[in-house]
Unconditional design. Sequence first.
Length: 430
Amino acid sequence: MPAVTDFEPGLDWARAQDRADALAAFRGEFCLPPHGDGEQIYLCGNSLGLMPHATRQALADELDDWSRLAVEAHFRGRHPWMPYHGFVREHLAELVGALETEVVAMNSLSVNLHLMLVSFYRPTAQRPAILLEKRAFPSDRYALESQVRFHGFDPAQALIELDGDEANGTISLAAIERALHEHGERIALVLLPGVQYLTGQVFDLAAIVRLAHAKGCLVGFDLAHAVGNVPVDLHDSGCDFAVWCHYKYVNSGPGAVAGCFVHERHAHSERRPRFAGWWGHDQATRFQMGPDFHPTPGADGWQLSNPPILALAPLRVSLEIFHRAGIARLRQKSLALTGYLARLIEHAVPDVLDVLTPAEPQRRGSQLSLRVKGPRDAGRALFEHLSREGIVGDWREPDVIRVAPTALYNRYEDAARFVDAVDRWRAARR
């Protein structure tokens, strides 16, 4: 990929980069929503990824097996349902940098977070606290507060919130270290994101784990905006658990089945409490229907119910695409493409947009969070102008426009056209 320092403004340069892009063919595997006589410029994969063309057939195959085989499809289907969640395991582990026994696709993100908190948030009078970010995604904040109350503690005392200490509200590693130095003896769990949803900041997972474990804290991550966006290397990070969704960068459909990681050091820990379900029972004896629960070793032991086949089929399709593309190659393109968009904004419309996402490439993924210079109404006006132009990002209150040039299907031309549309909006307001 070209260095972003070599960029030139204008569509000709952007199109030349697209022609040289070794990953360009993957765009053709996705359904691009129409706009007028052409296609949308879709920069919203951080909210909902595009549908792969192959998803339609994958779902049709499962429906066909259901209609032809009924219950026998558990054993005789094209992809038998009984072991179906195993069909996504290899590529899922590959995507998140884990051992296959450390990952499972199940439930939704918030359900998985609660299940993990049951096992890994074990507060005591001496250690009742959870360290989180002040601007955590609301569902995380709700889950953590409810778990604190469930254990009989006061969230006002037990939730320690990290505020942004850098420009634009981002959080330095030094701030995390200071919080752990000050409160570490009280903290039972550190729960932070892999990528912050509002600013797009990427966190150093391994560094956070080292700091927290040194203080005796367990560590979990919400990777909703990280998986499929940046390499996360969960096993090597040493974190205790992680949860994420698959409907954003992993393109598995609205409300897609989610993912969960449990580090192998907890694989055989039957003493760690959990909410148990039949599908988490040891596979060797599951169908003996005994009264005593014996968990399957590894992440599978946290399953509750049999897998949702019609939700797993889109994930199987998408993970196969990621396997062929490779997260390392996607990260390389993402660094170049997002860097190009940031440089183009700085070059062409610096009087219109501030980029809130960190400037250091290693501290950002595909998403750039943008704030219009001026009142909130100006930001909404630009967002609505972009929507009319067929340029799809999203708005986050109070005044942030998020755009994500996603490596699997976005182009340099998309970035150039986005900035051109901003420039035309500026000219029209003069």
